[in-house]
Design a protein around this ligand. Structure first.
Ligand code: HEC
Length: 147
């Protein structure tokens, strides 16, 4: 009897303590988008090294990973769309720019055209930068709290 009372008390207390902690963890939890971005960063690093080595086969293999990166889960997409609102057209525009440039880079690499690969690489970077300059700060403030 005494033991079950203690168990019940522990459970109640445990829940009371866990609930706010859980909400906090959810609020600060990294978006899937951040992981996707980190992958994009790695693929761009791989590409720049491959360019230095004139390893066009590796550029060609890596470019589609940039062009067709994975999407965040539906629920997260909904949160992102709700936050961005009317800016969604511009957000998607930056994304589209990087996709198209990455496709052009794959083609240039297939042609072993180093100059064209570098031109496309620059265009990709401009797409990344455009979105980051416009959206990253408000994004991080909104989803992770101001830091
Ligand atoms: C359509 C918008 C958009 C485009 C295009 C975009 N990014 Fe991002 N990126 C973001 C946002 C928003 C964040 C902040 C995400 C976060 O902190 O959760 C971010 C964050 C990052 C980060 C930091 C991740 C971290 O650990 O904090 C890296 C690296 C990154 N992006 C790389 C890239 C690269 C490389 C490209 C181009 C190939 C790119 N991004 C294109 C929106 C974009």
């Amino acid at each position: 009897m005494k033991q079950s009372l203690i168990a019940a008390l522990t459970l109640t207390l445990g829940c009371a303590l866990a609930a706010p902690a859980l909400a906090e963890a959810e609020a600060g939890k990294p978006l899937a988008l951040r992981g996707i971005m980190q992958d994009l960063g790695r693929h761009m690093q791989t590409t720049s090294l491959a360019i230095a080595r004139e390893d066009w086969a590796l550029v060609e293999k890596t470019a589609p990973l940039i062009a067709e990166h994975t999407q965040p889960p539906v629920l997260e997409k909904t949160r992102i769309m709700a936050f961005i609102g009317t800016g969604m057209g511009r957000f998607k525009g930056h994304d589209q720019k990087t996709h198209e440039a990455a496709k052009a880079m794959a083609q240039a690499a297939a042609n072993k055209d180093g100059q064209a690969v570098i031109a496309a690489f620059k265009d990709i970077q401009i797409g990344c930068l455009g979105c980051h300059q416009e959206f990253r700060k408000p994004f991080v403030e909104h989803f992770y709290g101001a830091r």
